[in-house]
Design a binder for this molecule. Structure first.
Ligand SMILES: CC(C)(COP(=O)(O)OP(=O)(O)OC[C@H]1O[C@@H](n2cnc3c(N)ncnc32)[C@H](O)[C@@H]1O)[C@@H](O)C(=O)NCCC(=O)NCCS
Ligand SMILES: Nc1ncnc2c1ncn2[C@@H]1O[C@H](COP(=O)(O)OP(=O)(O)OP(=O)(O)O)[C@@H](O)[C@H]1O
Length: 198
């Protein structure tokens, strides 16, 4: 059994996936995979540095994430180029980890946390898609606070993704994370029970 877990930037996907793991789910984390392909020595990082220039690397050869983020979230063409270079490898690794976990743990729920699930059209990979929701102004506020971004930087990142209301209306289940963590945990428990009955 599997679900795709998505939402917007900073709506609380990691928060919800941690709660699901605490209940016994197995997790595939697309953001973690995206970080692995950007490590020194990986062909994806080499291709990214070739396209954007060696200036996006730090002295020790690691990616300057802040610098690349500032370039791509302000420039649609640059973001598309980064996605075209990195997403095929990220998708391949997501599929691989998902299959490995489903084979090794057939009784467990496999949760695949993918921020860009709808943007990449990956709905059909999953039995259900759950969206972690928070309204745009809450999302923006949490993003600025967590990543120490200015209003302009936060707006640019939000602008680079599908609107959260659109994701919400496409979801099989919605977990509303605009209130306290207790309220979120109650909804996670309900979704967990319902999934167990299927
Ligand atoms: C541009 C990069 C270097 C910025 O790094 P940074 O450490 O600032 O952000 P981080 O990777 O933690 O991402 C935070 C959030 O930004 C959003 N985001 C990241 N990449 C993208 C993208 N290509 N398009 C839209 N939103 C994105 C996601 O909601 C993600 O959860 C990095 O995000 C990256 O390598 N992106 C390309 C790979 C990717 O698409 N990853 C996200 C989906 S798997
Ligand atoms: N219910 C809540 N109330 C207040 N703050 C919250 C709540 N849920 C999450 N947060 C905070 O909001 C921020 C975003 O949450 P989280 O990192 O879980 O989101 P995310 O969707 O995984 O983000 P991203 O996709 O950008 O990595 C974090 O700083 C987190 O501590």
């Amino acid at each position: 059994m599997n679900i795709g877990l998505t939402g917007g930037i900073a709506t609380g996907k990691s928060t919800v996936s941690s709660l699901l793991v605490k209940k016994g789910a197995m997790l595939v984390d697309a953001d973690a995979i995206a970080r692995e392909v950007m490590l020194p020595g990986h062909p994806v990082l080499a291709a990214v540095a070739e396209f954007f220039g060696q200036g996006i690397l730090q002295e020790d050869g690691t990616l300057d994430r802040k610098k690349l983020g500032n370039i791509v979230f302000d420039d649609k063409e640059a973001l598309k180029a980064l996605n075209d270079i990195s997403h095929p490898e990220i998708r391949k690794e997501i599929r691989k980890q998902m299959m490995e976990l489903e084979t090794a743990y057939p009784e467990r729920l496999v949760v695949v946390d993918i921020p860009l699930l709808y943007e990449s059209g990956l709905q059909s990979m999953f039995e259900e898609v759950w969206v972690v929701y928070a309204p745009r102004d809450v999302q923006k506020e949490r993003l600025m606070k967590r990543d120490l971004l200015s209003i302009g930087q936060a707006e640019a990142r939000l602008q680079s993704q599908m609107d959260i209301e659109q994701k919400k209306s496409s979801a099989d289940r919605v977990i509303d994370n605009s209130h306290s963590l207790e309220v979120t945990e109650q909804q996670v428990n309900e979704c967990w029970l319902q999934m167990r009955l299927i």
